[in-house]
Ligand binder design. Sequence first.
Ligand code: MLT
Ligand code: ZN
Length: 493
Amino acid sequence: MAGRSFTDAVRERLGDVGWLDRSEIDAALVDFRGVFTGEAIGMARPSSTAEVSDVVRLAVEHDVAIVTQGGNTGLSGGAVPAAPTANDDRPRVILSLTRMREIEDVNVDRGTITAQAGVTIEALQQRAADVGRLFAPDWGARGSATLGGAVSTNAGGINVVKHGNMREHVLGLEVVMADGRVWDGLRSLPKDNSGFDLKQLFISGEGTIGIVTRAVVTIHPRPAAQRVAFASLRSLDALNDLMTLARTSTPGALSAIELIPEVGVAQVVERFGVQRPLESIAEWYVLVRYDSAGEPVDPGDDLTSLLTDAMSCDLISDGVVASTPAQEANLWLMRDELTATRSFGGFGVKYDLAIPPDRIAEFLRAAEALVDTIVDDALSFAFGHVGDGNLHFTVLTPDRDDGPLEAAAPVLRAALDGLVWEFDGTISAEHGLGRELRDRIVGQKSEVELDLMRSIKHALDPDDRLNPGVMLPSAPLPGVMLPSAPLPGAHHS
Ligand code: MLT
Ligand code: ZN
């Protein structure tokens, strides 16, 4: 059996430490939320790029498909191998880079870190802090998410409003291709116009066209100080003006702005011991962080002025600037734990969408109205990185049977997807497409764009060996150009 001899060959090449049998990898066959499950014959754990390359060559030889997995805290099912199907019964192997966790170089003069792909985001943040610098990408799963996973999904998070996505942090990559060749693109130049910028294909490529093994990423000067404020929005309609004020009141200071619903605050206060930051209750709040680059060192005064101005313009009804590290930690705990509120009440319809930030209030009103026409008494709420227009929008039916919501989910998703596109938005802002959205994205992308995506996949992975069933729409077959007639449901002409 192909799977068996492949296993022996990998064991021989990597040693016992480099291979885990099927019986040892249950946790890797389901994502951390338990939404996506799959199958694999085992897990290869190479310790170097050369070993990754050899595993890929063995997979080619034995016709095994490869699913690369980072921290397994992705939210779109992009790193859990789908079980073989009638159309594709090749065995799957998980490729884990957990033994490739070395931070190889920190270059303060260039403002770069070079690291292997299995290192965690938190470890990179810590190493940058150790030399007085900031590695800016940040989100709740920082302790588990890996550099390779973050690059492959072009992960975002709370600091994007100031520093950009992972894409804006990657200067160079090393990638093992689907035939085992190694592309050494580990450059550290901010400017390099010597042809196609190939690294951009692998950033957000979700492991479908190559395996990212090392990266050169940028670090920034650390802000001299940061302060966080929490304020009650007068109404959601005030959000856009508040965002404009937060950007302009102290130019360059804004480093995070997050929308937080009372529905979420009530849950995290009850379940995670978060302290309510304000006594007054509002429907919506914002968390705003200001950085200071130098003098005045403390941005607290600027934040206080922002709140005062926002109050006098009637944009907020209450607000507080955290004045101790414990108060700040409480606010960030509240924010980090919001993600768990999306799973309370069982089944939920969940979005990681983005729309132009100035249309958020309008969109949320339209989305709630749409949900009401499809599901009775559903609870819709959103939180997230509103500075980027990125909303984690959720529909739940807590405290009651979630069967009707689950039954209505296909219709609800189709209607909400359409609404997002009507608002010139995307149904995947920062979590990637994975297995969850690969087919739904067909409605968002033009025929030309889908053709280009398939052509790239076919050129770089003609045997569909890397992460099959992820990111690219399921039909037509990989590498087959689409007919010129528009796809059903295609949004663009
Ligand atoms: C977040 O911002 O908390 C994450 O993207 C996770 C989520 O969407 O739940
Ligand atoms: Zn997020």
